[in-house]
Design a protein around this ligand. Structure first.
Ligand code: PEP
Length: 256
């Protein structure tokens, strides 16, 4: 590896957060990050889309817009049009997002997203100038069947477009069975998957050494340092523990 990749610690609020309490929590996190910024990590919060604009305004007010970036949790592949209920990557950007999580297993399961549709969304994110956080990961049954590496390889090859560069794309390895369960793979299991992902990327992409590969799935203050200390782990995608500044702050600190 040419040098240490800068860490990326992203919080996925999922369908959680209303204006008042959400604003209060983001304000607490911003103040902590302003007082002691993690030097080696980029910090991103991906709230529900309804909060992107107010959060963007709050971060600007607090002078924290360079400390915390905002992201969406999904986007449509098209720029605009007759797609009731959907949001385009351009709309996320317009509301203050710089990142967008794509292909999260909850979207793949709840909305039937395929690798091909995720790929279209990644293209859309790049078109709008957003950094895509592209999620891959196996189910418990796939891991038990010895298919974990094959599944993540298939997902990455099927969903990474030509427009991907290390500057506009990060990969998040999120075993489905580890999300929200309190379970995590062992260190060697995580390293094995991250190394396989990087090797798969290297076979078709010159930028492979520079791309950040995050781990996601039950990252908590108590295990963050160990997970972030693993070889090939360049950051974390955090769900439940990103909802409060008290829990997310130590994870962000572990990344710096
Ligand atoms: C996630 O859904 O992206 C996630 C990692 O969730 P949790 O941290 O709650 O397991």
């Amino acid at each position: 590896m040419a040098g240490r990749r800068r860490r990326l610690i992203a919080g996925n609020w999922k369908m959680n957060g209303l204006f008042g309490p959400g604003r209060a929590e983001l304000g607490k996190l911003a103040r902590k990050l302003l007082a002691a910024p993690p030097r080696g990590a980029d910090i991103v919060i991906c709230p529900p889309a309804t909060l992107l604009r107010p959060f963007s305004d709050l971060l600007r007010e607090l002078g924290a817009a360079r400390r915390i970036a905002l992201g969406g949790q999904d986007c449509h592949g098209a720029e605009s049009g007759a797609h009731t209920g959907d949001l385009s990557a351009e709309m996320l950007r317009d509301a203050g997002a710089r990142y967008v999580i794509l292909g999260h297993s909850e979207r793949r399961a709840d909305h039937g997203e395929s690798d091909a549709s995720v790929r279209d969304k990644v293209v859309a994110a790049h078109r709008a100038g957003l950094t895509a956080i592209l999620c891959v990961g196996e189910t418990a049954a796939e891991r038990e069947a010895g298919q974990a590496l094959a599944v993540v390889r298939r997902q990455i090859l099927g969903s990474l477009p030509e427009s991907a560069e290390a500057a506009n794309t990060a990969i998040a390895y999120e075993p489905v069975w580890a999300i929200g369960s309190g379970k995590t793979p062992t260190g060697p299991e995580i390293v094995e998957v991250h190394a396989a992902l990087r090797a798969t990327l290297a076979a078709r992409w010159q930028e492979a050494e520079k791309v950040r590969i995050l781990y996601g799935g039950s990252v908590k203050p108590g295990n963050a340092a160990a997970l972030l200390g693993l070889a090939e782990v360049d950051g974390a995608l955090v769900g439940g523990a990103s909802l409060t500044a008290a829990e997310f702050w130590p994870i962000a600190g572990a990344g710096g």
